[in-house]
Design a protein around this ligand. Structure first.
Ligand code: ASP
Length: 417
């Protein structure tokens, strides 16, 4: 029988059965939207297709297909997928146009069957939000959930997360958790219903890293615009640098730890990293959320900084110009903050390079006023570190010393970039 878009079909391929609605396809593969909302692209070669219901015979809301549980396979490692929402977890129902972000590990496995060869999966929905709605309290809940999964025997963790603020959440978990297993953040720039979606390649590469030896918090996303490799970015050195490209994520002031070659599933590393079981599991999840990241711009009113001091903020990160500067009239406000034992750390809006406040007068004045140089840390990482440090110690000089200390490779001792 001739297949038409909108028909409900069953496709059987290498022992796995998919059921869903036929979608438009330009590649010759059969694309079906499953009841989970995810799309499966199946090579027609060797596949058996049965039409369950023709589009024209279908009622407006057909009964969801019965789902069979996917049997765990012997001898494979265990990955726990924690979903927080974002594009990677979103589903679009073509008939109603509704977008939701509930999913289960079964849904993902049915959408991306290649994952089944890598590990046995369990899934847990921690949040169901776009990442612009994340906040420090949610990072704590996520960190607790990750630690529980590790305690329950997960060999690796995947955190599915919106891309917009993934770098903050990943950095936060990196500071909060000492981990013996990989914790891998993954997202997608284009949702699963779009032919250019990056979600399957990113998820498969993330799973490879989750079962690898790299026991750090990392972000695994497309390396370039091809579907051939994903970079493994260290959580404290990564930034989203493009609004829409699939290769939006870049390591800044560092190389990626390595990459996954999607074509053969192999991992190549280029930096030293913390190995599996090298660290004991530990959770230090206290955070001080009342911290601000303030961008200095030419002519900006020093009262901007004054606002945060008077509003009861406990720590301030400044995104200064060049080597780490603000205008001379901001310096008294820095002094006012530090005299109230509010740490002030300076980073650069250049993003690349290291802070050095000893070159120009303004910088030297800032140091005299008590500002701490943020070395080669990204402003966002410096903010998360400020929250974490102030959560660990309320003592001002201890906090200032901790800000200068390197905890999770957020600071390079020497500048190589
Ligand atoms: N705004 C979305 C989010 O960060 C974009 C994405 O999912 O990538 O949740």
């Amino acid at each position: 029988m001739e297949l038409e878009e909108g028909d409900r079909v069953k496709v059987e391929k290498t022992g796995v059965e998919y059921e869903g609605i036929v979608m438009p396809s330009t590649t010759g593969r059969i694309i079906i939207k499953m009841d989970s909302g995810y799309n499966a692209g199946i090579d027609k070669e060797g596949a058996t297709v049965t039409v369950v219901q023709k589009k024209k015979d279908m009622m407006l809301s057909p009964k969801a297909a019965e789902k069979d549980e996917i049997e765990p396979r012997k001898g494979l490692p265990k990955i726990s997928i924690l979903s927080t929402g974002g594009t990677i977890a979103s589903k679009i129902d073509y008939r109603t146009g509704a977008v939701t972000s509930q999913f289960s590990a079964d849904d993902i496995l049915r959408a991306i069957p290649e994952l089944m060869d890598i590990a046995n999966f369990s899934g847990r929905v921690v949040y169901n939000i776009l990442s612009e709605n994340m906040k420090a309290d949610y990072w704590k809940t996520l960190a607790k959930a990750v630690v529980e999964e590790i305690k329950n025997g997960a060999d690796g963790i995947i955190v599915a997360h919106g891309t917009d603020t993934m770098m903050y959440s990943a950095a936060a978990l990196s500071f909060m958790i000492d981990t013996p297993v990989p914790i891998v953040f993954v997202g997608s720039q284009r949702s699963a219903d779009r032919p250019s979606s990056d979600n399957a390649v990113n998820a498969i590469c993330a799973a490879k890293v989750a079962v690898s030896d790299i026991a750090e918090v990392s972000v695994v996303m497309h390396s370039d615009t091809s579907d051939e490799k994903c970079s493994i970015h260290r959580a404290t050195k990564v930034r989203k640098m493009h609004t829409s490209r699939r290769d939006a994520f870049r390591s800044v002031n560092s190389e990626p730890v390595g990459y996954v070659d999607y074509t053969n599933g192999k991992i190549f590393t280029s930096l030293p990293y913390v190995k599996r079981d090298e660290k004991e599991l530990a959770l230090n999840d206290s955070l001080e959320p009342r911290c601000a990241l303030v961008k200095f711009t030419p002519g900006a009113d020093p009262a901007i900084l004054g606002y945060f001091i008077d509003a009861g903020y406990k720590g301030i990160v400044i995104e200064g110009t060049g080597l780490g500067h603000v205008s001379t009239d901001w310096v008294p406000q820095i002094e006012r903050a530090t005299s109230k034992e509010i740490p002030v750390m300076v980073t650069s809006q250049c993003l690349y390079g290291r802070i050095c406040d000893r070159v120009y007068d303004t910088g030297r004045d800032m140091l005299k006023a008590g500002a701490v140089e943020g070395e080669d840390m990204l402003p966002e990482v410096a903010l998360v570190k400020m929250m974490w440090v102030l959560g660990q110690s309320e003592d001002y000089s201890t906090a200032v010393n901790m800000l200068k200390e390197n905890f999770k490779s957020e600071i390079n001792e020497r500048s190589l970039f």
